[in-house]
Design a protein around this ligand. Sequence first.
Ligand code: ATP
Length: 249
Amino acid sequence: MDEPVLSLREVSKTFGVLKASDGVSLDLRAGEIHALIGPNGAGKSTLIAQIAGSLRPDSGTIRFAGQDVTRLGPSARARRGLGRSFQISQVIAGFTVRQNILLAVQARAGRAYAMLRRAARDNDAMQQVTEYAQRVGLAERLDVEASDIAHGERRRLEIAMALAMRPKVFVLDEPMAGMGAEGVAVMTQLLDPLRHEAPILLVEHDMQAVFALADRISVLVYGRIIASGSVAEIRNDPEVRRAYLGDEA
Ligand SMILES: Nc1ncnc2c1ncn2[C@@H]1O[C@H](COP(=O)(O)OP(=O)(O)OP(=O)(O)O)[C@@H](O)[C@H]1O
């Protein structure tokens, strides 16, 4: 089988006496959605920070696209296509939807923020902005400032921006957070086909969405992966039910 796009081996991180990551091994393969679930404080954010490069593991290795990136910082990883592609802070509130997506298109092209005005006259870039907006259902909202759009629209804007960056993997940190059932359904439909553009590591608390989307699920508890398998395997795993899922399975 091909080498996984992203591969963690025995990654550990300790804060004082607390083992936030305790020998975590995890693979993300081409074409898949791999969900990472677990209770609050299990160490999901700590793991994402180590994947993004903003936190250095104490031990273990992180390989990405065939290279050991364990010692690389966030920007070196981002340049290789390992973007932490789903951060709320990445949306600029005072910019319109169009300007925000354009920034992501330009960032991928490696051009600076100062080029924004000139880029606005760049037909190719503007064409791409329109296409990304259409894909996430924001074509009618292009001229609205990001601060004036609804929460669900903002999350869809983040997806458009993540798409525009064309990363080699998507690391999605709770994309359903704060959404009602309808928003979750819309977002689930949006994310579903994305796995074919780049595999997705999906950290998410909404179990309906996880069960609908995941090819594989890993369960993190107290910094350790206690189980990894298909949706059916995880739903039926007695230890997972006890530690996390309870009635939701
Ligand atoms: N910089 C830090 N210094 C000390 N302890 C930390 C630090 N970052 C995280 N922790 C601790 O590590 C543990 C794991 O936290 P983390 O935020 O990774 O969990 P999580 O699974 O993302 O939780 P949630 O689902 O609530 O976001 C927690 O006990 C947390 O208090």
